[in-house]
Design a protein around this ligand. Structure first.
Ligand SMILES: Cc1ncc(C[n+]2csc(CCOP(=O)(O)OP(=O)(O)O)c2C)c(N)n1
Ligand SMILES: [Mg+2]
Length: 333
């Protein structure tokens, strides 16, 4: 099967209900406010180590979670807070992990890049570029073996897409027809290196063609387009047709991590995307244009989300640091 040739799609919005739009609005806003708060806590010295924010890319996880079913699995790179929130993990537990506290998902011993939730089928948080791709392929192998109808969403970046282990995974997934969706979050940069400078082919969605894996490019700033593409992909996987590739055309507004001099792109470039393509602004406009809500309704939602994030921040400051004995637990030897 050849890769499907397609330009990013814009969706027909008329059939989307008010409830659905509001749900996406809330979820994307939660991620954005959570990440802004994380940036603040980092600046205050309350979060140490590495911290990679997801601001700008919110529509990708929110749209795909809308296409997922209970029991589906997901895993991603170090840019992982948005994925955790979108699959329903508790903002308090995520933020307390960022600050290294006992109330965190890894009891304060993992930090930003190392959190998991068996309950929500979230398998990390991976700091090694591309490492999650074979692991996700293995999760899909388990689903196929158990014949449980589950699908795995394996997220990775445009930079990771040039890694060897990605193609070993593609080969096995296609050979064994594994139910895995490879979600390439193409935010156009790998640290300070643009896709244009690092990639022999800009259309990453075609990368599965030689393995017989279909792929499509999606406007990753349009949550409705993402959800529709996610439905095509999950349908493909659940029908026993093997893997699928979704290249999400997206953009990160912040630096690669909290320590990024940002010399590789102009402020104007970032500003232009914010003004013309912002995913949250897009849904906000749909809600207002459709007269589903008033400005005041949206303000009330903003307030509600802010309160959730402030509670999480408060918890992440007041939860105690892990006890000394914890040094000797969870050790693999
Ligand atoms: C194997 C490996 N090589 C290099 C690094 C350093 N590194 C961390 S993130 C990154 C860029 C990855 O970019 P991309 O896959 O586009 O993801 P994004 O950060 O844009 O989400 C690099 C080179 C690493 N963590 N692991
Ligand atoms: Mg990238």
């Amino acid at each position: 099967m050849a890769a499907r040739k397609s330009a990013p799609k814009k969706t027909a919005k008329s059939n989307t209900s008010k409830e659905e739009l509001l749900e996406y609005y809330r979820e994307m806003l939660l991620i954005r406010r959570f990440e802004e708060k994380s940036g603040q806590l980092y600046g205050m010295g309350l979060i140490g180590g590495f911290c990679h924010l997801y601001i700008g890319q919110e529509a990708v996880v929110v749209g795909l979670e809308a296409a997922a079913k209970e029991g589906d699995k997901r895993l991603t790179s170090y840019r992982d807070h948005g994925h955790m929130l979108a699959c329903g993990m508790d903002p308090k537990g995520v933020m307390a992990e960022l600050t290294g506290r006992e109330g965190g998902y890894s009891r304060g011993k993992g930090g930003s890049m190392h959190m998991f939730s068996k309950e929500k089928h979230f398998y990390g948080g991976h700091g090694i570029v591309g490492a999650q791709v074979p692991i996700g392929t293995g999760l899909a192998f388990a689903d196929k073996y158990l014949d449980n109808g589950g699908v795995t969403f394996a997220y990775f970046g445009d930079g990771a897409a040039n890694q060897g282990q990605v193609y070993e995974s593609f080969n096995m997934a296609s050979l064994w027809q594994l139910p895995v969706i490879y979600v390439i979050e193409n935010n156009q940069y790998a640290m300070g290196t643009s896709l244009q400078r690092a990639s022999s082919t800009p259309d990453i969605y075609t990368r599965g063609a030689s393995f017989g894996i279909p792929g499509e490019a999606v406007d990753g700033m349009d949550v409705l387009a993402v959800k529709e593409a996610g439905e095509r992909a999950t349908e493909h996987c659940r029908s026993g047709n093997g893997p699928y590739i979704l290249e999400m055309k997206t953009y990160r507004y912040r630096g690669h991590s909290m320590s990024d001099p940002a010399k590789y792109r102009t402020r104007e470039e970032v500003q232009k995307v914010r003004e013309e393509r912002d995913a949250i602004e897009h849904v906000r406009e749909l809600l207002l244009q459709g007269k589903h809500v008033s400005e005041d309704d949206l303000k009330a939602i903003d307030k509600e989300i802010k309160a959730v994030v402030n509670d999480a921040a408060e918890f992440s400051k007041t939860s105690p640091e892990p006890a000394l004995e914890e040094l000797w637990t969870d050790i693999y030897a």
